[in-house]
Ligand binder design. Structure first.
Ligand SMILES: Cc1cc2nc3c(=O)[nH]c(=O)nc-3n(C[C@H](O)[C@H](O)[C@H](O)COP(=O)(O)OP(=O)(O)OC[C@H]3O[C@@H](n4cnc5c(N)ncnc54)[C@H](O)[C@@H]3O)c2cc1C
Length: 410
């Protein structure tokens, strides 16, 4: 049987290799001059290829449509993924948070291993060829058209990826093909992305550890995360902000803009409740009553943050610490536990690690990734409306959905 796989990214390479290994005639079409351009930049060039956790934990880290992925992830678990790369000769290591990387710290080892897997099993790789159309006759796929050729086939695997980092080739082409074939596509937006916020001027470059960041909309705390974050020249970023950005998709419009009254709220001392922190502030003031209140705050937070906290608390930074009133001190403690920045929008889709939205999973059979409406069409990887948090989960989704197709066509 002839299968055309569109896109030689993580999902497409895995699927093409597996189908070719199973004896199918496979054509793998990639518009770039080389395979796996996005894969190459993953994990800051180290490729966090999966997460060494059990399936339940895995699915807890999937933000959109975890139930849909149940069968695919049980069919190709993180342990299976690690065994697979070991079988290709890639040594792996596991780091903090069960994140799995190649032992070499080189994403290229993963790209090369997958490319070799596809080519050595006989997949016919066509580089610098852009798919322009998928032909369907009587409800079944029968050909794929490119800017150079037309390929007759019985199976088409759509593995064109999402719409973030378009320079890697993931320009959202798959959404257009799917819409044309009558499939519903949920508005692709971005996730795992910095948040543009107002009021962060002067703080760019500052990183905070052990803080709690929350997204507050209409005075309701919608999502929180604890850990590290940083200020950028346009707002906030860093691990806990990226996670928040994934969890708050439904609170923004289709242009990723948040409604008025949305904030990123930072608790700078999450381990201390109000009373304990108030007592701590009183102790610091008592030990240096003649110092400026700004200087006293240096014992509690990074220096560059103290003026911002005092400004928000309505206290002059040069005010003598010993002279602040109880009311002012309470305002100060409240600000340390709830420093707010108006959330404007998620940053541009170009800068997102993952696309949220995509081909509606209700169009797809979760067992084998086949399309319900079009016979012979399979959809895998990020082009689907699935996304997960950071930690190797998104690549595992790409690999597992690819393997689901391979199992179905054995
Ligand atoms: C900066 C960054 C870091 C990341 N780090 C990690 C990480 O460490 N761990 C993790 O799990 N996830 C990570 N991700 C997410 C992960 O890279 C993606 O989820 C994953 O690559 C999706 O795989 P895919 O095969 O579906 O799509 P892609 O890898 O995007 O591949 C799609 C391919 O299809 C090709 N294509 C598109 N349209 C056409 C067309 N019309 N004709 C021919 N070819 C076409 C593209 O050129 C591309 O090569 C990261 C993402 C980014 C942007």
């Amino acid at each position: 049987m002839r299968a055309v796989v569109i896109g030689a990214g993580a999902a497409g390479l895995m699927c093409a290799g597996g189908l070719a290994e199973a004896g199918h005639d496979v054509i793998l079409i990639e518009k770039n001059e080389r395979v796996g351009k996005k894969l190459f930049i993953t994990g800051k060039g180290r490729c966090n290829l999966t997460n060494d956790c059990d399936v339940r934990t895995f699915l807890d880290n999937v933000v959109t449509n975890p139930k849909f992925l149940n069968s695919a992830i049980y069919g190709f678990t993180p342990a299976d993924c690690m065994a697979f790369f070991n079988s290709l000769g890639v040594k792996l290591k596991t780091e903090r948070g069960n994140r799995v990387f190649p032992a070499s710290d080189k994403s290229n080892d993963i790209v090369k291993a997958l490319e070799k897997y596809a080519l050595s099993n006989g997949a016919d790789l066509r580089l610098e060829e852009r798919v322009t159309d998928i032909n369907v006759a009587n409800g079944s796929v029968n050909a794929v058209k490119t800017d150079k050729n037309s390929y007759d086939c019985e199976v088409v695997v759509l593995a064109t990826g999402g719409a973030t980092y378009p320079a890697t080739g993931s320009t959202g082409d798959g959404y257009g093909f799917a819409s044309k074939l009558g499939l519903n596509v949920k508005n692709p937006t971005t996730a795992l992305v910095p948040i543009i916020a107002k009021g962060t001027e002067g703080l760019q470059g500052l990183s905070l550890k052990n803080v709690k960041a929350s997204f507050v909309s209409g005075e309701k705390c919608v999502a929180s995360d604890f850990g590290e974050m940083l200020f950028t020249h346009t707002g906030v970023s860093g691990p806990i902000i990226l996670t928040l950005s994934s969890k708050i998709g439904k609170y923004c419009d289709k242009n990723s803009v948040f409604p008025k009254g949305s904030y990123i709220q930072i608790d700078l001392k999450p381990a201390l409740d109000f009373q304990t922190l108030d007592a701590r502030v009183q102790r610091e003031i008592a030990s240096a009553p003649k110092a400026s209140v700004k200087t006293v705050l240096y014992t509690l937070m990074p220096r560059s943050l103290a003026p911002k906290v005092l400004e928000r608390a309505g206290i002059d930074e040069e005010f003598r610490a010993g002279a602040i009133s109880k009311k002012q001190r309470e305002a100060l403690v409240n600000t340390i536990k709830g420093l707010r920045f108006e959330a404007v929008k998620k940053d541009k889709i170009d800068f997102g690690i993952i696309t949220q939205g995509g081909i509606d999973v209700s169009e797809i059979n979760p067992k084998d990734m086949s399309c319900k409406k079009v016979k012979g069409l399979y959809v895998i990887g990020e082009v689907l409306d699935v996304d997960a948090l950071t930690g190797g989960f998104n690549l595992q989704i790409a690999f597992a959905t690819a393997k689901a197709v391979v199992r179905a066509l054995l």
